[in-house]
Design a protein around this ligand. Structure first.
Ligand code: ZN
Length: 282
C-alpha cells in the first residue's frame, strides 16, 4: 500500500462527562467557524461518527455542518453505552435513528472508547455494516483497558464464517503503537510525535480520531477529574492550532485526505488486504 491516505474523523458525542448531553461546538458559532475554516482552508474531508441519540437535538446543526464543510456520517453507537452486553441493542437503535434522519442505512461504525469484542464485530457484519473503525491497534491502560497489539496497524478484513467486514483502525506510530489522535497529540505535543516519527513512522493510512470537545477542553475542564483533567487540558487553548499543524504535517508528508467511505472502497479494491479471524478478538 504505497499511496498515503488520511481520514479526519470526528466522534460527534456529548462533551466529556457532560451529563446534560451538550456539544458546545454545536452551540457556539465561533467554535464551529474556527473548525470549519481550517477544514475549508486545507480542503480536508471529515467523517463524523454520530451518537445517534443526539441527532434529533442537533439536527439543524448537523444539517448546517453538512452545508459548510465536506462531511459524511457514520455511527458512534446510539447512546455512547460502553457496556458490551448492550452492544447489539446499541447497533440496532443507531441504525433506526440514522435511517430515520438520512433516509439510508449507515455503512461505518465506531464503538465508544474503542470497546468492541468478537460478538460486536459479528453484530456489525449481521447488520450489513461495510466497515468498522473501532480498533485502536494499541494498548490502553485506564478503566477501559484493552490490548490490540496483535492486530494490524493498517486496514484489514475481519472474517467470520464466510462473511467479512473491513476494519479501518485508528492510526498508531509503527512498532511502538503510540496512538496518533487529537487527544494524544494535544497531551504529548506534536513535536514529540515528529521526533518519534523519524524512527517509528506513521502508517500509509492515517485514520485520525478526534472529538468536538478536543477543541475546547478548557471550557469543560470542571467535568474531568484526576490525571485525565491534566492530560486533557494540555494545549487546551491551542487545540485549533495543533489541529492545523497536524493537517499541514500530513499534507507535507504527501497524504491525500479522503472520506472513510472512500478509504473503504480503496481498501476493497486492493489485491490482498490482510485477513484476521474475528476469533482473534476477546
Ligand atoms: Zn466516543
Amino acid at each position: 500500500m504505497s499511496k498515503r491516505i488520511a481520514c479526519v474523523t470526528l466522534d460527534i458525542e456529548s462533551d466529556l462527562l457532560d451529563k446534560s448531553g451538550r456539544i458546545h461546538m454545536f452551540e457556539n458559532t465561533d467554535l464551529m467557524r474556527r473548525y470549519s475554516t481550517i477544514v475549508q482552508k486545507h480542503k480536508i474531508k471529515v467523517t463524523g461518527f454520530l451518537v445517534t441519540s443526539l441527532i434529533e437535538k442537533y439536527s439543524a446543526e448537523i444539517g448546517r455542518l453538512s452545508h459548510t464543510i465536506p462531511i459524511e456520517f457514520g455511527v458512534h453507537s446510539h447512546s455512547h453505552e460502553r457496556r458490551l452486553k448492550y452492544f447489539a441493542d446499541e447497533v440496532s437503535s443507531s441504525i433506526a435513528a440514522y435511517e430515520d434522519f438520512f433516509g439510508a442505512p449507515p455503512i461505518g461504525y465506531r464503538a465508544p472508547n474503542g470497546l468492541i469484542n468478537r460478538e460486536g464485530i459479528i453484530s456489525l457484519i449481521e447488520n450489513q455494516f461495510k466497515y468498522d473503525a473501532s480498533i485502536f491497534p494499541s494498548i490502553r491502560m485506564d478503566e477501559y483497558g484493552y490490548s490490540n497489539l496483535h492486530l494490524p496497524n493498517k486496514p484489514f478484513r475481519f472474517v467470520h464464517s464466510g462473511n467479512e467486514i473491513i476494519e479501518l483502525p485508528a492510526a498508531c506510530l509503527d512498532t511502538i503503537r503510540l496512538v496518533f489522535s487529537m487527544s494524544y497529540i494535544k497531551f504529548l505535543g506534536l513535536d514529540i510525535y515528529k521526533t518519534l516519527m523519524r524512527f517509528f513512522p506513521l502508517p500509509d493510512v492515517v485514520v485520525l480520531d478526534s472529538h468536538p470537545y478536543d477543541y475546547y477542553t478548557n471550557r469543560i475542564a470542571a467535568n474531568i477529574r484526576g490525571w485525565k483533567r491534566y492530560a486533557h487540558l494540555r494545549n487546551g487553548d491551542k487545540a485549533f492550532e495543533v489541529f492545523e499543524s497536524v493537517v499541514t504535517l500530513l499534507q507535507e508528508k504527501g497524504y491525500e485526505f479522503m472520506f472513510m467511505s472512500e478509504l473503504y472502497k480503496y481498501v476493497t479494491d486492493l489485491p490482498k488486504p490482510p485477513t484476521v479471524s474475528v476469533e482473534k478478538l476477546r
